[in-house]
Design a protein around this ligand. Sequence first.
Ligand code: ADP
Ligand code: MG
Length: 252
Amino acid sequence: MIEIKNLHKAYGALEVLKGVSVTAHRGDVVSLIGSSGSGKSTLLRCANLLEDSQQGDILFKGEPVQWKGSGLGRHPADNKQVTRIRTNLSMVFQQFNLWAHMTILQNVMEAPCTVLGRERGEVDAAARRYLDKVGIGDKCDAYPAQLSGGQQQRAAIARALCMEPEALLFDEPTSALDPELEQEVVRVIKDLANEGRTMLIVTHDMKLAADVSDHVVFLHQGLVEEEGAPEQLFGAPKSERLRGFLSATRAA
Ligand code: ADP
Ligand code: MG
């Protein structure tokens, strides 16, 4: 579904990704873990073409992103392709990013109506269904500020689902939440994993990563330091750096 091959990304002189490869097959849950600043968010943003990258390939369902230019001047060549890929890889952010001036229902309906041009009545019904699914069907007419963080993040997940994407990208979806609210979002993510959705999840929550992932990737300073099945990565980490990272995370 998503194939990232040897990706390089710099911000000016700062090399953030130094040749990273990550693959998520259909139905896979792949978690990205690593210290702050290791390039996890950058990788997700490159994957759905919110950021340019300078070298390497990104394939969506086997279709390679077309580039023009090279190095820092490399950009996607085909805007239609960018829209198609981006609308099929819905992203959920740490800070929810809901529109404050719109109700929860309007937030969920906005992109399917404006970006995909879908019929309002149909989107309205789908949006209510997804809000029900994440447990906040009663909050359609509320504004984001009237919801708890956990409810806002579940609204953001409903919004991502309403695009009917082929895959979901999560960037630290529970990091902004108090522990008890974190669990209501974790439950929703686990349900989505059980449905067989394809997901790339950046998370600091090692329990979540261990529970839902088919594959875990440990990034260190812009490179994949170690990867494997969760039992292997968490149970028998090979790299010294990963062992250090895990014991620091467990102590925290
Ligand atoms: P992570 O998500 O693993 O914490 P990020 O991908 O956010 O790491 O950041 C990786 C590195 O890239 C950090 O050194 C960060 O400061 C830098 N970085 C991220 N975004 C930008 C940006 N827009 N401009 C310049 N540097 C950035
Ligand atoms: Mg990040």
